[in-house]
Design a protein. Structure first.
Length: 277
């Protein structure tokens, strides 16, 4: 679909802003969950509820350097430009800022441009942009913590079903529903078979929910392609890390980033032709 320059620029800038917010989600959401779990364990053990600490959520406290606590100016939060202007380091303590902050912003901006270029200025474009942005956040969180938070995976499943029912995605509600069911059950079965034969847990249960979400958005005929792409890229990444000495024998790398990559691939290019059901 043709996309004029204004729509493309607006989509890109909006995507960069969302990418900047995703960096906040990636950094803070796991810490919020850990604090919640610690409070629940504390209460379950019969201890008195501790005094309420300063609020820590996606809005508070204000953005700051995690190393020196320097409160960022608004000019330090401009997507991409601030990173380049500050040369990838904190203004105050000069600690390097991870390159991934920049990559998340650029990738999200590119995905938003793709959504508008493919679907025009429409609710469908917004839906697919939201889907893609959620995958970016999930991939980064899983890479950091080996967690795929229910706070993101479960709404993504329901959003896929709602999108199908409202014709915002290319899937019928039937294909989306069975995609979610089959996606969950497939990895659930692999998990229990692996545990039965080895006594070990080969993956986290968040992977089940993520594949269910991908099935809801991309339909059950795409599941084989999703699993193949994720598995192949995961094996290749594992071999590279092993050769470079970054992965010990028997070490574990999270599967979520590769599922997210597979979801973005199938979203953009469709299922693998040879295995499309």
């Amino acid at each position: 679909m043709h996309m004029d320059v204004f729509n493309g620029v607006f989509a890109g800038l909006f995507g960069l802003a969302i990418g900047s917010f995703l960096n906040v989600v990636i950094h803070r959401l796991p810490r919020m969950l850990e604090a919640q779990w610690a409070a629940e364990i504390h209460e379950h053990d019969g201890h008195e509820t501790p005094r309420e600490a300063a609020p820590y959520n996606l809005a508070f406290p204000d953005s700051h350097c995690p190393h020196c606590g320097y409160a960022l100016r608004w000019t330090d939060n401009i997507p991409v430009l601030s990173y380049l202007w500050l040369r990838g380091q904190c203004r105050q303590c000069h600690t390097p800022i991870g390159w991934r902050y920049l990559m998340v912003e650029l990738l999200t901006g590119a995905l938003f441009v793709w959504s508008v270029a493919t679907h025009g200025v429409s609710v469908q474009a917004l839906a697919w942009a939201g889907f893609a942005a959620t995958l970016v956040a999930l991939a980064a969180i899983d890479a950091d913590t080996t967690l795929l938070p229910d706070a993101l995976t479960q709404p993504l499943v329901w959003a896929g079903l709602v999108a199908a029912s409202l014709h915002w995605s290319a899937q019928s509600l039937t294909d989306a529903l069975w995609g979610a069911v089959a996606g969950y059950l497939f990895l659930w079965s692999v998990y229990w078979l692996f545990k039965l034969f080895t006594g070990k847990e080969g993956m986290g249960q968040g992977d089940f929910k993520l594949l269910a979400a991908l099935g809801a958005w991309l339909g059950w005929p795409s599941l084989v392609s999703l699993v193949l792409i994720a598995s192949i890229t995961g094996v290749v990444a594992g071999l590279i890390l092993r050769v470079r000495g970054h992965l010990d024998k028997g070490g574990y790398i999270p599967f979520g980033p590769f599922l997210a990559f597979a979801g973005l691939w199938v979203m953009a290019f469709g299922p693998l032709p040879a295995v499309h059901l």
